[in-house]
Ligand binder design. Structure first.
Ligand code: ASP
Length: 404
């Protein structure tokens, strides 16, 4: 317990010291980037075996297909409901504050044009991503949805095979435990990684642009704050009966890692470790809900996409009717599901939203400059949303929390 508190404090110090170092070093902070990159690489290194082992062992411990269906349905309902709430908060705020009114659109440069031309994922391509035709290729291409689907099938088959498949069940349980062990080691390096990532981001940020886009950023941040500090804690309190403050303390390392890496996927091992070791949520629920959540449940991204699309519309002085806004709501939800859990993925899938309401994809030019900083905040909210979801589902599954 003592060590846990120490790690929290270390990470908090690392965050603050990283910001300070970035301000002092400015562009020279690019030299510490390699340290942050190594930290992210270490986390990514274990994602594929971790997702596979945790999904398979999770499905086996859930026991039967019926219980699996029940958890699956609850997880899906929770994810969809919270994402829709997040989008609604974003839309209400952007309509009330209208940050885009009178905003001067800059010309799109090369980098932005390449994003605008990027083929956004379609419903068909997302469906194709779920069922792999070659699981080795899927793993090599980090197609998490494919890996999750295959692991689900594998877990159910091992369960139904019974005694004969016992060695396989033991194997995946052991692999899961070993991966969490490695996660624990990597987490000891988190303060160094977080420091380097923060120094790099702060040092290389264009501060002038931030001031220019201040109102837009404030709208996104206000929405994210409302969702993370009011809605999700309420759900946690009412449905999971878990003290939000205590739960946040347990999850702090994961949220800080999400913030500094801007990747839910890279944070996944840390999220699982914090939930199981600190927050006392069972491996049975964590190992099913979290890999799925990191891939498809992105409350922060959905909220951000809705605000950003409306901001662009306001900047172009394009009127968005209630019908348009309903389309934005739907497509922002879809785009957040389709977004990969990596930095800037939300910016790319936003092309879907812009296309749907006939706004020019070049509109991304306006918000491109401040994407990284907003990405950090929305990723932190994405991971916090996944974690709260795990606690809620665990309570629905009859779990009680000794640490809650
Ligand atoms: N970076 C986000 C995540 O990993 C996705 C996004 O770009 O919104 O959760």
């Amino acid at each position: 317990m003592k060590l846990k508190i120490k790690i929290h404090t270390q990470i908090l110090i690392a965050l603050v010291a990283g910001v300070a170092a970035g301000l002092v070093l400015q562009e020279r902070a690019v030299h510490v980037k390699i340290v942050g990159d190594m930290f992210i690489r270490l986390l990514k290194m274990i994602i594929i075996p971790l997702i596979t082992a945790s999904m398979v062992s999770g499905v086996i411990s859930i026991g039967n297909v019926r219980a699996l269906g029940r958890i699956g349905l609850r997880t899906f309902a929770y994810y969809l409901a919270t994402t829709l709430i997040a989008v609604t908060i974003g839309l209400v705020l952007v309509n009330a504050l209208r940050p885009g009114d009178g905003f001067q659109m800059p010309a799109a440069d090369e980098a932005v044009r390449s994003i605008a031309e990027h083929e956004p994922p379609t419903v068909t391509s997302i469906l194709n991503d779920i069922v792999p035709d070659n699981i080795v290729n899927a793993a090599a291409g980090s197609k998490f949805l494919s890996i999750i689907f295959f692991s689900l099938v594998l877990g159910v088959a091992i369960s139904l095979t019974g005694e004969k498949a016992r060695p396989l069940a033991d194997f995946f349980n052991a692999l899961n435990a070993v991966m969490l062990k490695i996660t624990g080691w990597i987490m000891c390096l988190a303060p160094i990684g977080v420091f380097a990532l923060m120094a790099y981001v702060v040092g290389t940020l264009g501060w002038g642009v931030i001031v220019h886009l201040g109102r837009y950023m404030a709208t996104v941040l206000l929405g994210l704050t409302l969702h993370a500090c009011v809605i999700l804690p309420l759900l946690l309190l009412v449905f999971a009966r878990y003290s939000p403050l205590r739960f946040f303390r347990h999850m702090f390392t994961a949220v800080a890692t999400a913030f500094s890496t801007a990747s839910s996927a890279a944070t996944l091992p840390v999220t699982m470790d914090c939930l199981e070791v600190n927050a006392g949520v069972s491996n049975r629920v964590t190992s099913f809900v979290i890999p799925l959540g990191a891939t498809v449940n992105m409350d922060g991204t959905a909220l951000y996409e809705a605000v950003a699309a409306m901001f662009i519309a306001q900047a172009y002085a394009a009127e968005m009717t209630v019908g348009h806004q309903l389309i934005i709501m739907l497509t922002a939800t879809l785009a957040s599901i389709g977004a990969a859990a990596i930095p800037s993925a939300g910016l790319v899938t936003m092309v879907i939203v812009l296309h749907a309401v006939r706004l020019p994809a070049e509109g991304i030019a306006v918000i491109f400059a401040v994407d990284r900083i907003l990405d950090m905040f929305r990723t932190a909210v994405n991971v916090w949303g996944d974690a709260c979801g795990a606690a809620v589902i665990a309570r629905f599954e009859g779990e009680t929390f000794v640490k809650g």
